[in-house]
Every structure is written in structure tokens, then in C-alpha cells.
Design a protein around this ligand. Structure first.
Ligand code: HEM
Length: 181
């Protein structure tokens, strides 16, 4: 198999790659920014639904055994959610999201869990879109941002795997070729 152009795209460069792929427009960014106050209003409900789901499933609940972990994380998840409505999706945005993804790699969390939890976020994103007078554009925009965040989360996991494999086999190109087998 030949090398692929997408293999050259690393770290924050994935943002412009994906934004171009999805065709995120200025109008859509503005629609999200216009919903920020609604996001702030709804965020506590979202956080409750999110942790209720994770804590009622043994395999995910066991990641929250430390004292005060959930209390602290409620705030970080709230910031993460409200940032979706910042309207500004640049390098800082993608890097902070990659770092959050990496935190989950570090705690040994299988990627299927964060990806599955996007379901809760999408549910609340839809509610927020319906709260303003521009529901269709806002809902489309939110779907794109949710897809972008799923991709970034997954990219953080893939980066770690590629980095480790590249270290073992000597270079990234060979690592990519091994992963296509
Ligand atoms: C949509 C999915 C998720 C989002 C957006 C999310 C968001 C976050 C954020 C923003 C942080 C703070 C990161 C930091 O301080 O650098 C965090 C940490 C954490 N998350 Fe998640 N999370 C998700 C899914 C999950 C799931 C499914 C679990 C467990 C089953 C989980 C367990 C944790 C734990 C234990 C930490 C603390 C890690 C540490 O600092 O030791 N998260 N998460």
C-alpha cells in the first residue's frame, strides 16, 4: 500500500483537516456562540445525566473510586461542554481536547467508553439547539462539533498507540504499515 497524505497530519493540524472535511461555516460557529448562555443553563442537568450513567455501570464506576473525584470532575466536564459553544475552534481548542483525551489514555480507560458517552452530550446539544430561534443551523453546527470532538478523542488514543509502536519498531511509517495488516 502507498503512503497516505493523511499520515502527515499530526496534533493540532488535525483541526483544519477536519474542519475542512466537515465544512464548518462562520454562520454555524456564530449559532453555537449564540447558544452559550443556554448551554450554561442546561449544563448541570447534563452533568447529572452523565455521571448517573457512568456510576450505575460497574465497569465505568470503578474509575471514580477516589475521594471527591466526581465532584472535581463535574466542574471540568462542565467547562468542556460550555467550550463547545465558544464559537472559537482554533489551536488552543484542539490542543486542550487532545490533552483531555490523553488523560483518559493514561488512566487505562478503553476508548469505547468516552465515545459511547457522547450520546449524552448529543442529547443535551439537541435540547440547546431547540432553545433558540435558529434551531436547524444550531443543531447542524452542534452535530459537527460533536463529531469533531469524537474524532479528537479518538485521535488522542491513536497518537499514543502510534507513538509507542513507532518507538518499538524505530519509525512511524513502519508502525502505520504494521497497523494496516
Ligand atoms: C464524552 C466523554 C468524556 C468527556 C468529555 C470527559 C471529560 C473529562 C475532563 C474534561 C476531564 C479533566 C481532564 C483534566 O483535568 O485534564 C476528565 C478526567 C477524567 N475522566 Fe473523563 N470524560 C469523558 C469520559 C469519561 C469516562 C467514560 C470515564 C470513566 C469511565 C472518565 C473518567 C475520568 C477520570 C477518572 C478522570 C480523572 C483523570 C485524572 O486526572 O486522573 N471520563 N474527563
Amino acid at each position: 500500500m502507498e503512503d497516505r497524505k493523511s499520515w502527515e497530519i499530526r496534533d493540532e493540524a488535525i483541526l483544519s483537516d477536519l474542519v475542512a472535511l466537515m465544512g464548518l461555516t462562520d454562520e454555524e460557529k456564530q449559532a453555537l456562540a449564540a447558544s452559550k448562555s443556554h448551554a450554561e443553563e442546561i449544563a448541570p442537568q447534563l452533568i447529572n445525566a452523565f455521571y448517573e450513567r457512568l456510576l450505575s455501570h460497574d465497569n465505568t464506576a470503578e474509575y471514580f473510586n477516589g475521594n471527591g473525584t466526581v465532584e472535581h470532575l463535574r466542574g471540568t466536564l462542565e467547562n468542556w461542554f460550555i467550550q463547545l459553544f465558544s464559537g472559537d475552534y482554533g489551536t488552543e481548542y484542539v490542543n486542550s481536547r487532545l490533552t483531555i483525551g490523553k488523560t483518559h489514555v493514561r488512566i487505562g480507560l478503553p476508548v469505547r467508553y468516552p465515545l459511547a458517552m457522547m450520546d449524552v452530550l448529543v442529547q443535551y446539544g439537541e435540547k440547546i439547539a431547540n432553545m433558540n430561534g435558529n434551531a436547524e443551523v444550531t443543531a447542524n453546527a452542534f452535530r459537527k462539533l460533536a463529531a469533531l470532538d469524537i474524532a479528537i478523542f479518538n485521535q488522542a488514543y491513536e497518537n499514543e498507540q502510534l507513538d509507542h509502536l513507532s518507538e518499538v519498531v524505530g519509525n512511524e511509517r513502519l508502525a502505520r504499515r504494521l497497523l494496516t495488516k
